[in-house]
Ligand binder design. Sequence first.
Ligand code: CMP
Length: 142
Amino acid sequence: AIQRTFSIIKPDAVAKNLIGAIYSRFESAGLTILASKMIHMSQEQAEGFYAEHKGKPFFDGLVAFMTSGPVMVQVLEGENAVLANREIMGSTNPADAARGTIRADYATEVSENAVHGSDATESAAREIAYFFTDDEVCPRTR
Ligand code: CMP
């Protein structure tokens, strides 16, 4: 089924000038970008986005990292988009990521792993709504 998923190019990858390279991977994988913007997250925005991780040992570091520089946030659409995006991202820990995946090629640390992608359609809907208004999401007309 055609799905939408939410994606972040994290501050490490933006700092390495990898926005275009990562967008190429999305598009080559059949994922269409329906919405996109650069933002520099506030502390409150990052804490809210990662609320499910509050209390975990890496939470404060995660929020500090995600607010350390600008990120690109995007809505991706395609066949089985949630899983398709997770496949091209590779495992959360770059050390475990399959060859040729974004994390294997562009990251070395679990804490700075280049990209985020929704883990399910339910979280995708919530995450899209967290960063985008309906009118910022532009379905293809041709
Ligand atoms: P993300 O998909 O953005 O969602 C939660 C993030 O926590 C995850 O990617 C990792 O980058 C980050 N993180 C930082 N440290 C750890 C850790 N020790 N274990 C799991 N995730 C971690």
